[in-house]
Ligand binder design. Structure first.
Ligand SMILES: *[C@@H]1O[C@H](CO)[C@@H](O)[C@H](O)[C@H]1NC(C)=O
Ligand SMILES: *[C@@H]1O[C@H](CO)[C@@H](O)[C@H](O)[C@H]1NC(C)=O
Ligand SMILES: *[C@@H]1O[C@H](CO)[C@@H](O)[C@H](O)[C@H]1NC(C)=O
Ligand SMILES: *[C@@H]1O[C@H](CO)[C@@H](O)[C@H](O)[C@H]1NC(C)=O
Ligand SMILES: *[C@@H]1O[C@H](CO)[C@@H](O)[C@H](O)[C@H]1NC(C)=O
Ligand SMILES: *[C@@H]1O[C@H](CO)[C@@H](O)[C@H](O)[C@H]1NC(C)=O
Ligand SMILES: *[C@@H]1O[C@H](CO)[C@@H](O)[C@H](O)[C@H]1NC(C)=O
Ligand SMILES: *[C@@H]1O[C@H](CO)[C@@H](O)[C@H](O)[C@H]1NC(C)=O
Ligand SMILES: *[C@@H]1O[C@H](CO)[C@@H](O)[C@H](O)[C@H]1NC(C)=O
Ligand SMILES: *[C@@H]1O[C@H](CO)[C@@H](O)[C@H](O)[C@H]1NC(C)=O
Ligand SMILES: *[C@@H]1O[C@H](CO)[C@@H](O)[C@H](O)[C@H]1NC(C)=O
Length: 414
């Protein structure tokens, strides 16, 4: 009895062991080691077939870098000749690259959609798919790339659908560039969760609706570029949360409301483009506090009131565009203090009085556009003397302002 039960226990152990071995064998066959999977995936992609099919040498294939363990860390074929990925983008088995940190396919014509499996690249920190001729919607699985710091999917023209809210999961993201596509819908609230974001570029898409209030939570933002969309609503006073912002461009949208005074509390601002919207009210005098400002473009809006003389405090300013508004009163002489000015554009307003002769002091000036105002049409000789040099006295609109002809050398452009 005792021996028979011992025997059956031994038999049981034996059977279990055989069973385990066969499971182990099945597992080995179905799941090759990560390095072997990577090798298989590289060959099966077909991308490098012009170079080699010997996967043991894959770390030396063009555009590839491996980590010390021999696993692929970087694929950058943006400049490698004779690789035509074409419609083989989805042939790369993304599941097989657990250590891929950098994927740069920029400037390669890929075509088709971004494969959903791209979300399996869990180690990815850098993704560049700019100028790849991609179309279709952005996969929501991009939200699984939780290590990612840099995403550039710009200039694909035909990428459509809306911005996946899952991108709000990418808390390590520093730079997000989705510009020059055909994205529609609203900017998702979730983008505001990207608290480390420094660069946000959504320009030249078809996104509409207001700037979501959450966006103003991004206190590290230095660069906000949302030109050429159908965005509307007014700019919130919460813009003052952008304590580090230097570049703000909302050109060519449907923004209304006033220029918020809060903008004046952002001394890091260097370039402001609010042009081609329907912004009304006056140019706030406190803008003179923005001592780092180099470019101020507020043209093609509905701004009224007069040009504040405090603009004369912006000593670094080189471009001032206030044209195509409803501004009135005279041109303040204070802007003659801006020795760095190269371009002044005030045409198509309701400015009156005479043109300040002190503008002739601005030796770096190369464009002065004052046409279509109510100005005395006489241009002071001091300015005409500059025009003999390289100043472009552009009139832009109907009513011409001219220097009195005085000698053949006079250079006057239309
Ligand atoms: C593939 O590369 C390895 C390592 O360089 C080499 O040992 C092997 O002979 C190559 N195989 C073929 C089929 O060329
Ligand atoms: C990819 O390669 C190109 C060309 O060599 C280079 O300019 C670019 O910086 C590389 N990208 C990355 C992310 O290293
Ligand atoms: C190999 O190179 C040729 C010539 O550039 C190209 O036509 C072909 O598409 C390339 N094949 C692959 C797989 O990239
Ligand atoms: C992709 O690779 C994984 C292992 O890394 C494997 O399980 C899967 O079957 C592969 N998919 C395809 C379509 O080959
Ligand atoms: C990846 O993202 C998709 C879509 O957002 C989701 O359904 C899926 O569960 C995610 N996968 C993992 C492994 O997190
Ligand atoms: C996106 O474009 C594709 C064609 O490239 C089209 O089939 C699809 O309906 C479009 N999707 C949206 C949401 O516009
Ligand atoms: C996308 O935006 C980033 C950050 O501003 C920038 O470095 C990159 O050059 C842009 N990409 C293109 C193709 O312009
Ligand atoms: C901004 O300028 C105004 C005068 O235009 C001044 O009263 C105010 O104190 C300044 N604010 C800051 C924060 O410098
Ligand atoms: C500017 O326009 C607003 C209406 O948008 C009006 O209320 C205000 O009085 C105007 N200001 C001046 C100085 O004309
Ligand atoms: C012109 O700008 C530079 C910085 O770009 C600044 O250092 C300089 O003071 C400015 N010139 C004048 C006359 O303000
Ligand atoms: C210029 O316009 C302002 C406001 O529109 C007016 O008060 C002023 O009298 C005008 N000045 C001249 C010289 O016409």
């Amino acid at each position: 009895m005792a021996s028979s039960s011992t025997f059956s226990i031994i038999l049981g152990i034996l059977q279990a062991t055989i069973c385990l071995i066969s499971i182990a064998r099945t597992v080995t066959i179905a799941h090759p080691s990560p390095l072997a999977s990577e090798a298989i995936a590289m060959v099966e992609s077909g991308w490098w077939s012009n170079y080699s099919n010997n996967a043991s040498e894959r770390c030396q294939w063009p555009g590839i870098s491996c980590n010390t363990a021999g696993s692929i860390a970087k694929i950058n074929i943006s400049d490698v000749p004779n690789i035509e990925v074409g419609d083989r983008f989805g042939k790369l088995n993304f599941t097989s690259f657990p250590n891929l940190v950098i994927l740069d396919l920029s400037d390669r014509p890929l075509g088709g959609k971004i494969p959903h499996q791209i979300g399996d690249l869990f180690a990815l920190k850098y993704l560049d798919l700019s100028y790849c001729g991609l179309s279709g919607e952005l996969p929501s699985s991009l939200g699984n790339l939780t290590q990612v710091e840099y995403i550039d999917i710009s200039y694909n023209d035909n990428i459509n659908g809306s911005i996946p809210p899952q991108l709000g999961n990418l808390v390590n993201l520093v730079s997000l560039n989705l510009s020059a596509n055909s994205l529609t819908g609203k900017i998702p609230l979730e983008l505001g969760f990207l608290s480390n974001l420094v660069y946000l570029d959504l320009h030249s898409n078809k996104v509409f609706g207001p700037i979501p209030f959450t966006l103003y939570h991004m206190t590290d933002l230095e660069y906000l570029y949302i030109d050429d969309n159908y965005l509307e609503g007014s700019i919130s006073k919460n813009i003052e949360n952008f304590k580090k912002i230097s570049f703000l461009s909302i050109t060519n949208n449907r923004f209304t409301g006033h220029i918020p005074l809060a903008l004046c509390r952002l001394p890091t601002l260097e370039k402001i483009y609010l042009d081609q919207n329907q912004i009304s009210g006056s140019v706030p005098p406190c803008i003179g506090n923005l001592s780092n400002l180099e470019i101020l473009e507020l043209d093609s809006n509905l701004l009224n009131g007069s040009i504040p003389s405090c603009l004369g405090k912006l000593s670094k300013l080189h471009t001032l565009r206030l044209d195509s508004n409803l501004l009135e009163g005279s041109i303040p002489e204070d802007i003659c203090d801006l020795a760095n000015l190269t371009s002044i554009s005030l045409y198509q307003n309701k400015l009156n009085g005479s043109i300040p002769s002190c503008l002739g002091k601005l030796s770096k000036l190369d464009t002065l556009s004052l046409g279509s105002n109510l100005l005395k049409s006489h241009i002071p000789q001091e300015i005409c003397d500059l025009a003999v040099g390289s100043l472009h006295l552009s009139d832009n609109r109907a009513e011409a302002l001219r220097c009195k002809p005085r000698g053949l050398e006079r250079k006057q452009e239309q």
